[in-house]
Each structure stands twice: as C-alpha cells, then as structure tokens.
Design a protein. Sequence first.
Length: 94
Amino acid sequence: MMERAHALTMELTGPTSKLLSTYRLLAKPGTFFPKWKARYGDPFVVDAVNGRVVLTGRPELIKQIFAADPSHYDPFAVQALAPLLGRESLLVMT
C-alpha cells in the first residue's frame, strides 16, 4: 500500500516553490488552501521545506486517512518540531 500511496502523490500537482509554499501554508492557510484547491484540485500536494505534504478538504478522503494503518505514514518535520515541542511530544514520536 505504501508504494500505491507514494505513486498517488507523484501524480498530484501543487505549488512549486518550497520556501514560499511553506511560508504561505504556515502564515495564512485559510487564504492559500482555497486558492490552491481551486488551481490544483483536491487533493493536491505542497512540497514544503520539510517534505511533501498531501492536503485535502474532502471528508471522505480525511476519513480514509484516519482509518488507514498508521504504519503507512511517516512523522512529518520531526527535526524541525522536536526543539519546539520536545522529543516526548506525541506529534514528533516515531
């Protein structure tokens, strides 16, 4: 399944500038998510400075994500978040 998920993200499009996209996603997600959704469709990908992120606002896809086996996902931005949240934070545990 991991290969299938990886292949799917390779087919998705999204904004191309890693630094600018990351800034926009963090600074004004409510502004840029709808713009990117209109331009690239839903779901779309953002190549952020810490890795590739798939974004969706579709309830059926969100349910699939939360219902999937957690081993299919990697923790995101552990190196960047650990100093801020601590190594024991649930958000950075691997």
